[in-house]
Design a binder for this molecule. Structure first.
Ligand SMILES: CC(C)(COP(=O)(O)OP(=O)(O)OC[C@H]1O[C@@H](n2cnc3c(N)ncnc32)[C@H](O)[C@@H]1OP(=O)(O)O)[C@@H](O)C(=O)NCCC(=O)NCCS
Length: 187
């Protein structure tokens, strides 16, 4: 079955994205499964601005992009990090920061764009990710995207004082080319 995904654009970050990012990080439902410090808020405004600037200047190893919906709204971020040029793989991370947009296909649409960029522009062979074992929403979405399980990373995340397992998943370029994707973007 082909489901038409909403259209999204990935664009480079700008300093103006810092305010949205700061606000999204105040929402514990958004950050629960994100690798962030336990303090609240996880990052000050100044830290958020610095982070955005590091992404813009490519000094932190993150290729992070803003997710923009069809009406021009800034709704989240998606990135590739741990980019291993020798072995042609990288780790994907994603958050739809504005919860109004959850469960409507925006995460899938943004991932599709980032996977395309990783395989076709960065010439990667594999895109992998780590997801907390109880982040059911994200795991479901990754499976829909075509990611397969590679294994359990035991006690991989210290979250609120408790070690949590993470699932490692990946998608290969050959799988992406052949499909079978259940989703397609409107042309
Ligand atoms: C995980 C996360 C990125 C998923 O993004 P999302 O946009 O909510 O989810 P998806 O794009 O995968 O949407 C999937 C749902 O949209 C539905 N969908 C897909 N296309 C659709 C369309 N065109 N119209 C309506 N619904 C659609 C799917 O059927 C699916 O619904 P279901 O879950 O009820 O089966 C998001 O929930 C999030 O940012 N969470 C917080 C941060 C986080 O945990 N990040 C991951 C860390 S590893």
């Amino acid at each position: 079955m082909k489901i038409v995904l909403p259209r999204v654009v990935l664009r480079e970050l700008t300093r103006n994205d810092a305010e949205d990012r700061y606000q999204w990080c105040l929402d514990k439902e958004v950050t629960k499964h994100l690798n962030m410090p336990e303090q609240y808020p996880p990052f000050s405004k100044e830290e958020t601005i610095k982070w955005i600037e590091m992404c813009m200047n490519k000094t932190n190893g993150y290729d992070q992009k803003a997710i923009i919906d069809q009406d021009g709204n800034h709704i989240g971020w998606v990135d590739l990090k741990n980019i291993d040029k020798l072995n042609k793989h990288a780790e994907l991370g994603i958050a739809i920061g504005d919860k109004k947009y959850w469960g409507k296909g925006y995460g899938l649409a943004a991932m599709e764009e980032m996977i395309d960029y990783g395989f076709n522009e960065l010439q990667l062979n594999k895109i992998w990710l780590r997801v907390e074992i109880d982040n059911e929403k994200a795991i479901k979405s990754y499976k829909r995207m075509g990611y397969v399980e590679e294994g359990i990373l035991r006690q991989d995340r210290l979250r609120n004082g408790v070690f949590v397992d993470r699932l490692r998943m990946s998608i290969l370029k050959e799988e992406y080319i052949k499909g079978p994707f259940a989703f397609s973007n409107p042309s």
